[in-house]
Design a binder for this molecule. Sequence first.
Ligand SMILES: Cc1cc2nc3c(=O)[nH]c(=O)nc-3n(C[C@H](O)[C@H](O)[C@H](O)COP(=O)(O)O)c2cc1C
Length: 166
Amino acid sequence: MILFVNACVRKNSRTLELARPILAKFPQDEIEEVNLEKEEILPLKRESLDFRSELVSKGNYSNEIFKYAKQFAKAEEIVIATPFWDMSFPAILKIYFENVSVSGLTFYYNEQNEAVGLCKAKKITYVTTAGGKIYYNGGFEYVKGLCKNLFGIQKYEFVAKENLDV
Ligand SMILES: Cc1cc2nc3c(=O)[nH]c(=O)nc-3n(C[C@H](O)[C@H](O)[C@H](O)COP(=O)(O)O)c2cc1C
């Protein structure tokens, strides 16, 4: 399964246009899309965090709230398309990662207190477009930092077009 995480908020998104030929290389029936513009996905707050922590502590992962983490863990390859916002990406993508990052599903800590990834994906392709020049992309750095160190995904490709609003 190829997971397509679509964080393109705007209608006629240029980032989505840039991602299309990349997605076209995969067998289309193997692609599962999470369209964050359409998902009812919420940030973790006190109540939802307590609820989730309680389930995780019992090893009970049957609840619907774990669906993003399960899907992310079993993807063989992942494509993320997201516009460049405020040197990073739209907040919905961070909320998505809060939902994906679940101890026991996408990673765990071993007895030496080291993070061990549980994600199968061999590669993440990060696609973005920017209005100006990309001097620093905190979004890509964050995704790489999280997915490599915690989830165990080793390979990254950064695909970008910049200066599109100049
Ligand atoms: C809320 C918001 C924040 C943005 N922040 C930046 C930025 O920090 N740097 C930049 O170069 N462009 C910025 N832009 C411009 C977008 O990166 C650019 O228009 C991009 O191509 C939008 O992608 P899309 O067509 O997929 O929505 C921002 C645009 C929006 C709407």
